[in-house]
Design a protein around this ligand. Sequence first.
Ligand SMILES: Nc1nc2c(c(=O)[nH]1)N[C@H]1C(S)=C(S)[C@@H](COP(=O)(O)O)O[C@H]1N2
Ligand SMILES: [Mo]
Length: 454
Amino acid sequence: MTRRIERSIEELYRDDPERADVVAFGRETGPNRRGFLGGAGLAAMGAAVGGVIPFAANMPGGLVPAALAQGAPATPPPAAAPPAKKGPVYLNYPGKNDKLVVIGERPLVAETPEHLLDDDTTPTEKFFVRNNGQIPEAAKEPDKWKIAIDGEVNKKLELTLGELKSKFKPQTRRIVLECGGNGRSFFSPPASGNQWTNGGAGCAEWTGVRLADVLKMAGVKPSGIYTAHYAADLHLSGDASMPTLSRGVRMAKAMEPDSMIVWAMNGQPLPNIHGGPVRLLVPGWPGSASQKWLTRITIRDREHDGVGMGGTSYRLTINPMVPGTKADPKNFKILESMPVRSIITSPGNGAKLPAGTREVKLRGASWAGDFTVRRVDISTDYGVTWQAAKLESPKNKYDWQRWSGSAKLPRDGYYEIWARAMDSRGQMQPHVAPNWNPSGYGGNPMHRVAVLVG
Ligand SMILES: Nc1nc2c(c(=O)[nH]1)N[C@H]1C(S)=C(S)[C@@H](COP(=O)(O)O)O[C@H]1N2
Ligand SMILES: [Mo]
């Protein structure tokens, strides 16, 4: 638990702190720049975060304290502090937890604050919601819902949900579903789209059949290389002639044993808001591939070109681009595996601990798209020292990995707990959202929470 791994921020700041500010925190130097904290700056910062800062000497200049950057400030900020952001709008929807945060009303999009992802399996009421169009009415007779399989197949199929349940072998897996834009709010300059923090993700138990088994029954022709997914939800305008979200995946991904057509979530019939009665679940890849209210899968002889497949949607840059500049459409490739991410699920950001508390237990979750998580590290001193957290194994492929640890708090004051994960390939979460792109994919900076002791 006390293995020292590296001195990252310190190294970064040693040579050229001005430049490091921009590189590490994406903020230009200017009149508001703090530089290293001392004297009046330190007092003002302490007032803003509500306590003395025991590791202030390590606090990087330009760092927006976690207490102010995301979620509720530890204390009401004094007049001198940055203006308080508008408070979050909470979700009010049948069957959903009233602490989910609405990040879009039309279409309805809501995320799960990190501290609500503290369960090993995310309860359905806490699971994030992402819609692109209108939410259809709940099916009256779920087992009569029809799914067609057509295109480059030997035998077109039309299956009811009832047949799907009886003709194929069901399986249950605990799998992370994560929106492709998760972490988008961390980009600077801001990227366009829903401003997710880390809460566009959850990990539920899904029951369904292998997509591969269904495709094998239809018999995919050698020419069939890509899927195209279609659904029953209408465009936001309500105009039935307007195309709606329709993404697809390479055949190899569709044929993986964990790519499923699912009808149950956490042991209950799939709720309408999550695509019930039946949806796709394509693990590890952007959530948009997991079509809700699934009605048809067309097998294509080329890459799919439905809504969400073109432009800069669900795409990353091939060569880095200058943040904020115009995108060259040729410089983009489809986002497949989601990047490595860890979140601290306890304590919550802004937690207040009684004076004299000298240790805090930490819990979290981590996942890495198609990969596993090799290691999670935590720091309480702005990244000068790191210690390895205790990391659980996944229950099955594509499950998240829970982690735990504890942090020593040498005296009362303001702390930040930082967590970073490394995937099985050796890729680690960066300090800031990397590889800026106009639609903001791949934003996976380390998670930070503020803790105030006393
Ligand atoms: N038919 C349909 N399927 C859809 C969407 C949609 O708008 N319509 N949104 C997609 C996106 S972008 C995500 S992230 C997931 C979200 O699933 P959830 O709402 O169950 O969390 O559903 C995907 N499937
Ligand atoms: Mo998404």
